[in-house]
Design a protein around this ligand. Structure first.
Ligand SMILES: [Zn+2]
Length: 174
């Protein structure tokens, strides 16, 4: 297994890219817009959704991820930087899923207000990574900012920010 695992990793990653390429053919948006391939980490410079994050934020994420990895916890990036077009599509999908603009706003911001479009937010998994950051994130300036999104992290070098119930309650979004 010592040599097999890296091979499986490569196959899984290329499969993730291929699936996203197929999806882009259908909907017109892909990795260049911030779609994230399967098993992306904060170290993947070739994924724009990671590479286009704000540099100090990305540096803090990498320091934290390296320390977490030394304790056996791996950070997976499920979402990061996004183009306005990609954010607009996510918002449209959220309106369909949740039934109204008002309900969607509790989960997905507009392109004008989303910290993801600004490169200032990541959605991380799995639960073990979220638990690790809850315990240790403040040492890196990394904080959860929405009570309903335990996966969403932002950089706050000046210390713990107020936690909002949902993105709709964030004054930055008004
Ligand atoms: Zn988020």
């Amino acid at each position: 297994m010592g040599t097999l695992l890296p091979v499986l990793e490569v196959i899984a990653r290329s499969l993730g890219y291929r699936l996203l390429r197929i999806r882009r053919d259908r909907a017109g948006l892909g990795i260049a817009d911030g779609a994230i391939p399967y098993r992306t980490t904060v170290f993947d410079d070739d994924v724009p959704g990671v590479a286009n994050l704000d540099p100090p934020f990305l540096a803090a994420l990498r320091r934290a991820a390296a320390d977490a990895a030394s304790e056996g916890v791996v950070f997976t990036v499920n979402s990061g930087w996004r183009t306005p077009a990609y954010q607009r599509r996510l918002r449209r999908e959220a309106v369909i899923e949740h039934g109204s603009e008002e309900a969607a706003a509790r989960w997905v911001s507009t392109p004008e207000t989303s910290p993801h479009v600004a490169g200032d937010a990541v959605d991380l998994g799995p639960a073990a990574a979220q638990a690790w950051l809850t315990a240790h994130g403040s040492a890196y300036g990394l904080y959860q900012v929405y009570r309903n999104e335990p996966w969403h992290y932002e950089l706050r070098p000046d210390g713990r920010p107020p936690m909002h119930d949902t993105p709709a309650d964030d004054p930055r979004h008004r």
